[in-house]
Structures are given as structure tokens and as C-alpha cells.
Design a protein around this ligand. Structure first.
Ligand code: ADP
Length: 423
């Protein structure tokens, strides 16, 4: 019965043509599927891929290294421009450019193998910060080729960064390199009152060289520092110089800027880059009983701004095997809750105040190395009188600005002292 039906269908010319088309379609679909499976199988068996997302520390090193490998072969590049600010307000802001492979596909040869590079970028819906990644594909099964490349990229980056301090700043939930690495700030370019910088250096040194003291006692291996005092007195500069001296990077967070919430701070502090000083600026921004203003509601899109308990939790959560140094700064120590500066959270407190006579002398010598002891005393006396007459202290930043304004002549420095308050 079934065979009768089939033979009558196949003798029908319309049905025969339709079946032929269906047959060809099916065959093509099967072919396509199997070639897809074949490709997947081939990729799995004979190709090796590596994906590096942009939140991985190697990402920017690798991009830079790849752009070097591509040399002239790729004409699709993206530019990264960094403005280099100079301490001298009269000098021009300089720009520096680096090129990295643009989003898309590129190829280069490494150790005789073709490497395919696919750089992708997606807009993240929640954060608005693009997520990027770079994927490398090569023939073979040996992952050593990627380890090799990552190490080469790292070495090249370290070499390029020798003598520099890397500064990281946060995006929404993660850290990114902020601008180009900066030249290390020499310790002797920061002039604090007598002995202060040295005692900070000694303390950090002691902390970094005694991990077992903490480990043996089951104490989290971290140390908190608080530098407090008026703006422009050298708190941030001292921390930059310490980072340079100990070859550490800085991961910096200003708690009074942007939209900091408890969750965001927790997330950021739990994934700070390795070998990095955590710098929390303006920690007074998280105070007890802070009012939740109307503007906050708009700025924070309904989320609650950082609270004191959020800050305490985030600080206590900073645990690391390699020794975490946390520097906090504030212009208003009186606004800080005692819980924030108790030992364990802050182990070393230091006031960095307005200029003392010692600093005035040292700064003059640094800017005008030829000055005689008579000139040094004369200038120190001028500054002493000026502060007394105006009942106003002078910050190191103000004096630095004044020296820069009169950098060509020590005579001008003596003649124009009143300018200090006007700059
Ligand atoms: P703070 O963090 O205390 O507000 P900064 O370290 O940001 O001050 O200093 C601001 C500017 O003033 C910088 O350009 C820095 O070079 C200069 N400066 C401030 N204090 C000192 C200091 N003690 N020694 C040398 N330069 C200083």
C-alpha cells in the first residue's frame, strides 16, 4: 500500500520537481551545517584563541605591543592622545600620541605563525562605559605562544615605564590607566617640614619589608596613612613621590567628586591593581548623618551616596597578600568620625601644614640654588613678616607659583613678595 503511494507520487511530475528542490535544499542545509561543525571542530582541534578583556591589566600592554608588531601593515589605527600638564603654569600643555590597532580584524606574523587579532567594543547598557576585548587566534595547540606574547608585551611596557609612575583612576566599577605614565616625582622635589617625609619613607619601608610580622600574627597585611592639612601643602605630591620611590603605582579615588556609592567603593577597593598605593582623597566627603539632598537624587539616579559605614566596610575589606598601602587625605580632619581613623584603618597620621621657615628656606634653595645664606635669611624674614602682617598662612603651592612667576631673577623674588597672595 505504502509502496503504491510512493510510486504514484514519484510518477507525478509536479511532486517530483518539488521533492527534488526540497532534496537539494536539505542537502545544502546539511552541507552548511556540517561545514560549520567542521569549522568549529577544526578551530577546536587545530587553532588556539586567547581573549584579553580591557579590565585585565595586560590589555593596554598587549594592544601597544600588537601595534608594534603590525608596524606599517595595518592602516586602521586608533589614536590615544594624552595631555601632559607641566607644573609650570607659563609653559604650554603638551600632547603626546600613541597608536593602537582600531576595532576590527588585523593580522601579523609572530615566530613564523600568522596571528589574527580581533578587537571588539560593546557599549555597556548599565554603565555607559564601553567593554572592549582583544582576541588572538593562531594555528596550533600550544598556549605557550600566548604566554610568550604576554610576557613580551609586559616587558616592553615595563621598559617604557621605567622611571615613571602609573596612575589608575576608576571608571564605574573598575580601574583604568589614567593618561600616560608620569615621570617619577623625585623625593627631594617635595619639601615638607623637617623630618616628615623621612618618617613617612621609613614607615612605608618598614611595612613593605616585614610581611611576616603581619602574617604570623594573623593581622591583615595593610597599612593606612592619613595626611591632613590645608590645600596646596604637598599631601598629594608627597604620596606621588613615595610611590615613585617604592616603585608602586597609584590608584586614586576622589570621594568628593563623581558619584560614589557604598557598593561602587566596595567593588573598586576589592579589585585595585597589584603593587599600587590606594589614594583616597577628601575622605571627609563620607560623613555620618550626611543629608541626602534633592540634587543628589538626580545625580545618583536614585542610588544613595557613599556613607560612613560604606567607607568603613570598604576599607576593612581591603585584604591582600602583597601588602596594601592606603593613603587618605583630607583638608578637614575635624569632620572625620573617630571610627575612620582608629588604628587598623589609619596607623599613621600626619599633619601637613602651611609653610614653616624651614620649608621656605629649602624651597628657595631648590628654585635658586645659587642663593647665598644672607639671601636665604632675608627671604625667610620677608615671608615671616608677610604672614604676620596679613595674618594669613602661605602654602607651598602658593610659594611655588610665586617662584615660577619670577623664575628668572632672584631680585624680583625679593621685590614682589606681596604678589604671593595675588597669584
Ligand atoms: P595638596 O595635596 O596638599 O592639596 P598638592 O600636593 O596637590 O597639595 O600640591 C599642589 C601643587 O603645589 C603641586 O604642583 C605641588 O608641586 C606644589 N606643592 C605643594 N606642596 C609642596 C611641597 N611641600 N613641596 C613642593 N611642592 C609642593
Amino acid at each position: 500500500m505504502l509502496s503504491d503511494l510512493l510510486s504514484s507520487l514519484s510518477s507525478n511530475p509536479y511532486f517530483g520537481a518539488g521533492a527534488g528542490l526540497i532534496g537539494i535544499g536539505t542537502a545544502l542545509a546539511v552541507l552548511r551545517r556540517s561545514s560549520q561543525y567542521g569549522l568549529i571542530f577544526f578551530r577546536r582541534q587545530y587553532m588556539i584563541t586567547l581573549e584579553v578583556p580591557n579590565n585585565d591589566i595586560s590589555y593596554s600592554w598587549l594592544l601597544q605591543w600588537i601595534s608594534h608588531q603590525l608596524r606599517d601593515s595595518s592602516r586602521h589605527l586608533s589614536a590615544r592622545t594624552t595631555l601632559v600638564k607641566n607644573d609650570d603654569p607659563s609653559s604650554r600643555i603638551q600632547a603626546s600620541y600613541t597608536f593602537v590597532p582600531s576595532v576590527g580584524t588585523h593580522y601579523f606574523r609572530y615566530k613564523g605563525k600568522f596571528i589574527k587579532v580581533e578587537r571588539t567594543r560593546e557599549q555597556m547598557i548599565n554603565s555607559g562605559v564601553p567593554f572592549e576585548s582583544v582576541q588572538l587566534t593562531a594555528f596550533g595547540q600550544d598556549r605557550q605562544i600566548y604566554i610568550d606574547m604576554l610576557e613580551k608585551a609586559r616587558d616592553a611596557a615595563l621598559l617604557a615605564n621605567e622611571g615613571k609612575t602609573l596612575v589608575y583612576s576608576p571608571t564605574i566599577n573598575e580601574w583604568r590607566l589614567f593618561g600616560h605614565p608620569r615621570r617619577k616625582r623625585p623625593l627631594n622635589s617635595v619639601i615638607l617640614d623637617k623630618g616628615i617625609l623621612q618618617s613617612l619613607i621609613n614607615d612605608v619601608e618598614h611595612f613593605l619589608s616585614n610581611p611576616y610580622w603581619y602574617i604570623d600574627r594573623g593581622i591583615p597585611y595593610r597599612r593606612g596613612y592619613l595626611l591632613y592639612g590645608p590645600p596646596g601643602s604637598g599631601k598629594t605630591s608627597a604620596i606621588m613621590a613615595l610611590a615613585g620611590h617604592f616603585d608602586l603605582s597609584i590608584s586614586t579615588l576622589n570621594l568628593s567628586q563623581g558619584t560614589m556609592t557604598d557598593d561602587r567603593l566596595q567593588q573598586l577597593l576589592s579589585n585595585v591593581p597589584e603593587e599600587s598605593i590606594i589614594l583616597l582623597e577628601d575622605i571627609d566627603a563620607a560623613t555620618v548623618g550626611r543629608h541626602y539632598e534633592k540634587e543628589d537624587a538626580i545625580r545618583y539616579q536614585g542610588m544613595k551616596p557613599l556613607t560612613l559605614s560604606g567607607l568603613l566596610n570598604a576599607l576593612d575589606g581591603v585584604i591582600s597578600t602583597e601588602g596594601r598601602i592606603i593613603f587618605m587625605t583630607t583638608n578637614y580632619i575635624e569632620r572625620l568620625d573617630p571610627a575612620l581613623i582608629r588604628p587598623g584603618r589609619v596607623d599613621f597620621k600626619q599633619y601637613i601644614g602651611p609653610l614653616t621657615p624651614y620649608q621656605v628656606e629649602q624651597m628657595l634653595i631648590r628654585f635658586y640654588p645659587q642663593s647665598t645664606s644672607e639671601e636665604i635669611n632675608r627671604f625667610a624674614k620677608q615671608i615671616e613678616d608677610l604672614t604676620a602682617n596679613y595674618s594669613q598662612p602661605i602654602s607651598a603651592a602658593q610659594l611655588q607659583g610665586y617662584f615660577m612667576h619670577n623664575k628668572d631673577s632672584l631680585n624680583d623674588v625679593f621685590d614682589n613678595v606681596k604678589q604671593i597672595f595675588r597669584l
